[in-house]
Design a protein around this ligand. Structure first.
Ligand code: BG6
Ligand code: MG
Length: 223
């Protein structure tokens, strides 16, 4: 029986992948290189420092910087990213996001957020959706990022549920893997990045329509 839904944020409830990519692209430019589009998928779901490693490898500068310089580079990217999302409001939510959160809440389904982003709690405040979450992961307290299952296992346990009682919603290959490694089924949204998901949808509206029917059927004993 599904009693909890664990959401990723970037690329699922709001479209920040463009802003993350733009900030990384500008950093690459400062380093005299340009980033291939593929980096958008390759950095989805993974932490800031892991994303920096992916970016530096993509521009052939993997071994050029000291740990301190790497922190500075990541900080430069983050400051730019924060500027790009400064004006975000509920208008930047994915279509259908609020309706889905409302419906899940009304059905008594527990809701958690499992984002790798250290900007996530500020962002959900700006998007005006913080109040819908029963639990929000603090990525600073997570030892192993996606694709490791720690975030999803922690979220399920904080909701008081077993992994089998939860579904995860993701737009990233690393996130889908993390959900499945946690012993949950994964709903994938968007690109080919989520090809391994148990169910795939073009966008959140389509996923929401399916999910609500799935949960209603479950409650009526049809599943
Ligand atoms: C994830 C994004 O949600 O958060 C990644 O998909 C990003 O692109 C990661 O690198 C970490 O975000 P932040 O805001 O802590 O740099
Ligand atoms: Mg994401």
């Amino acid at each position: 029986m599904i009693r909890g839904i664990i959401f990723d944020l970037d690329g699922v409830l709001t479209h920040t992948n463009e802003q993350h990519f733009q900030a990384w692209s500008e950093l690459a430019q400062q380093l005299g290189a340009s980033l291939p589009d593929q980096i958008k998928d390759d950095t989805r779901g993974i932490s800031r420092m892991d994303s920096l490693a992916v970016v530096l490898a993509a521009i052939g500068q993997a071994d050029r910087y000291s740990p301190q310089e790497r922190f500075q580079l990541a900080d430069t990217k983050n400051k730019r990213y924060q500027k790009l999302i400064e004006q975000f409001t509920s208008a930047n939510l994915e279509p259908g996001a609020v309706e889905l959160l409302q419906q899940l809440h009304a059905m008594g389904i527990k809701i958690a957020l499992a984002s790798a982003s250290k900007n996530a709690s500020t962002l959900i405040d700006r998007l005006d959706i913080s109040h819908w979450f029963d639990y929000v992961i603090d990525p600073a307290k997570i030892k192993q990022g996606k694709p490791h299952p720690e975030m999803f296992l922690t979220a399920a346990s904080e909701l008081g549920l077993t992994p089998q009682e939860c579904l995860g919603v993701e737009d990233a290959a690393s996130g889908v893997e993390a959900i499945q490694q946690a012993g949950m089924k994964a709903i994938g949204i968007g690109t080919d990045a989520v090809v391994q998901a148990d169910w795939r949808f073009k966008n959140l509206v389509e996923a929401a329509d399916w999910l609500i029917v799935f949960l209603k059927e479950q409650n009526n004993g049809k599943r």
